[in-house]
Design a protein around this ligand. Structure first.
Ligand code: DX5
Ligand code: ZN
Length: 222
């Protein structure tokens, strides 16, 4: 099993204190910053923009993990500030040209994954596997923080791990996103998850401090 990694979901962050939060994440060895970009069309919400999060690069060296919840992402690659080491996931459901979308972000130097909504079958990945670096399994319907994990999530993570291993992609990581709570995370880890998007039900839970909640969470997924 690959080493686990934590990707705090910045849409859950306290932006009035973002410099301190980024410093704490750096001190805690956070591997990626999960950046949810939503266009209000693919999902009924609008959140962060690349122009805003670009400013964070002066306060942190942590790579970005862009989660693009936008229509036709293949047409918008130039709008996203990608640096070496960044991850970009494009939603299978967001374009008829998902392979073109993968290629567009690869061309910008990112490691690229395909994100699947809860109801999307894993076998849509069949002919994408040689082109992608990871799979993002949505464990809630995308668009909002604070939701509950869907019933099928744990089985789907385990089925994805089997699907990848059977095809010779044993080292391809699985990222999970949505209600990755202190209670769900160990079950997701057991099912085969490697990269954990941490939001309101774990490191950003009420009455916690990141300096404490991040190490506590890491213990749950090792
Ligand atoms: C939802 C986003 C998630 C969300 C996670 O569409 O992709 O990253 O912020 O928030 P929680 O962990 O509260 O579900
Ligand atoms: Zn996300």
């Amino acid at each position: 099993m690959k080493n686990s990694a934590i990707a705090p979901s910045l849409m859950c962050a306290d932006f009035t204190n973002i410099k301190q939060e980024l410093a704490t994440m750096q001190q805690c060895g956070i591997e990626y910053l999960h950046i949810d970009i939503m266009d209000g069309v693919f999902v009924p919400n609008i959140t962060l923009s690349s122009a805003v999060v670009k400013q964070f690069r002066t306060h942190t060296t942590i790579p970005y993990d862009y989660h693009l919840m936008i229509t036709n992402p293949e047409q918008k690659a130039d709008m996203i500030d990608v640096k070496d080491g960044d991850l970009v996931s494009v939603h299978y459901e967001s374009t008829p040209h998902v392979l073109k979308a993968v290629q567009a972000y690869k061309a910008k130097g990112a490691k690229v994954g395909v994100a699947l909504n809860p109801a999307t079958p894993i076998n849509v990945l069949e002919y994408l596997l040689p082109e992608i670096d990871f799979v993002l399994i949505m464990t809630v319907n995308p668009g909002f923080a604070g939701q509950k994990m869907v019933e099928s999530a744990l089985d789907k993570i385990a089925d994805t791990r089997k699907f990848l291993d059977k095809r010779g992609y044993k080292n391809m990581p699985i990222e999970v996103d949505g209600n990755v709570s202190n209670e769900n995370a160990p079950k997701m880890r057991k099912s085969g998850a490697d990269i954990f998007v941490a939001g309101t039900s774990s490191i950003y839970a009420k009455n916690t401090s990141l300096a404490q909640s991040i190490p506590d969470f890491r213990k749950l997924i090792n």
